[in-house]
Design a binder for this molecule. Structure first.
Ligand code: LER
Ligand code: MN
Length: 272
C-alpha cells in the first residue's frame, strides 16, 4: 500500500522553501496525524535537533510514522555539497549525510540527497563531478545498506542542478554504481519541468523509485497546478510502488489549506 507523508521543516534558514508545516515537531506530528497523513517527512538542521528518543514517543503518541529525513540543511546552513571543488567540504558533506543516514536508520527510514548533490562548473568538469558523486553515493549507499535502509537520490530540475534532471538519468546513475542501496526520489514538481511525459517517466522508474514528492506543477499542493496527476498516479501505482508519497510543497495559501488539499487529492488519486 502507498502511504502518505507531509513535510515538517525545522530549518529557519529554509524559510520560504517547499515545506508545509513549520510550527515545530510536536505541532507538526499533531497536525499530520489529525489530517490523516500516515507520516511526516522531516527536514531538520541536524540529527541533534530532535533526538530519536524524543521523536519516537511523539510519533507513537500521534500514531504516525516518519517517512524519510532530508539532508538539504547541509547545503542551506553549511554550504556543503558532494561536488564542491574543496575536498574538505566534500568530506564534510559526506559526514553530514552519514549522520543523517544513521539518524533516519534509528526509525528504519532513508535519508534523501537532493540539493547536497551540488553541480558541475567553474573548475569542476562534468566528468569530475560525476566521479565524485558516484564515489560518494557508493560509500554512502553502503553505509545505508549496512543500516538496513536505502539511500535516496533525487534528480532535480535544471535550475537546481546540472547533474541528473530526469528519472532516466537517475536510473543510468544507479546502474553505474557498485552499491545496490541507492534508490531514486521521483519529485513530480521537478518531473513537470524536465520530463517530456511525467507519467511515462514515472513508469520507467519501476524498481528504482524509493520515495516520491507528489505535488503539482507550481509546487503547490497536488491538484492546484496543471499536471495530469491522474496519469502520473496511475503510472506510479502500476509500477507496484508501495512506499510514501510526500507533500513537499509550498504552504500556499497557508499550511493548513495546503495540507488539507493534499490529503483530499491523495485520497482521490490513491484510494485505499
Ligand atoms: C529541492 O528542490 C527538492 O526537491 C528537495 O527535495 C531536495 O532537497
Ligand atoms: Mn523534492
Amino acid at each position: 500500500m502507498i502511504k502518505t507523508a507531509i513535510t515538517v521543516s525545522l530549518v529557519e534558514q529554509a524559510c520560504g522553501g517547499p515545506f508545509v508545516l513549520w510550527d515545530g515537531i510536536e505541532k507538526g506530528c499533531q497536525t499530520a496525524a489529525s489530517l490523516g497523513f500516515d507520516a511526516i517527512e522531516l527536514f531538520a538542521p541536524s540529527p541533534n535537533k530532535v533526538p530519536a528518543d524524543t521523536l519516537k514517543p511523539l510519533l507513537e503518541a500521534n500514531n504516525i510514522e516518519i517517512a524519510a529525513v532530508g539532508t538539504g540543511a547541509g547545503m542551506v546552513i553549511h554550504g556543503l555539497t558532494l561536488c564542491d571543488p574543496d575536498s574538505l567540504k566534500r568530506d564534510q558533506a559526506k559526514d553530514f549525510i552519514t549522520d543523517m543516514i544513521h539518524y533516519g536508520a534509528q526509525f528504519g527510514v532513508p535519508a534523501i540527497i537532493g540539493s547536497m548533490q551540488g553541480h558541475w562548473g567553474g573548475n569542476v568538469s562534468r566528468d569530475q563531478a560525476f566521479e565524485w558523486l558516484r564515489a560518494a553515493l557508493n560509500d554512502l549507499g553502503e553505509i545505508a545498506g549496512n543500516e538496513g535502509v536505502p539511500l535516496i537520490y533525487e534528480p532535480l530540475n535544471r535550475y537546481e542542478t546540472n547533474l541528473c534532471n530526469t528519472i532516466a538519468q537517475g536510473v543510468d546513475l544507479c546502474q553505474s554504481l557498485s552499491t545496490q542501496h541507492v534508490k531514486l526520489l521521483a519529485d513530480v514538481f521537478h518531473m513537470g519541468i524536465e520530463e517530456a511525459d511525467p507519467a511515462d517517466a514515472m513508469a520507467s522508474g519501476k524498481g528504482y523509485i524509493g520515495h516520491v514528492h507528489f505535488v503539482d506543477s507550481n509546487r503547490q499542493a497536488a491538484g492546484r497546478g496543471h499536471l495530469n496527476l491522474e496519469a502520473i498516479a496511475k503510472a506510479l501505482i502500476k509500477t507496484g510502488y508501495d512506499r510514501f508519497i510526500s507533500a513537499e510543497c509550498f504552504p500556499i495559501p497557508d499550511s493548513e489549506s495546503a495540507a488539507k488539499d493534499t490529503t483530499n487529492e491523495y485520497k482521490r488519486l490513491f484510494p485505499r
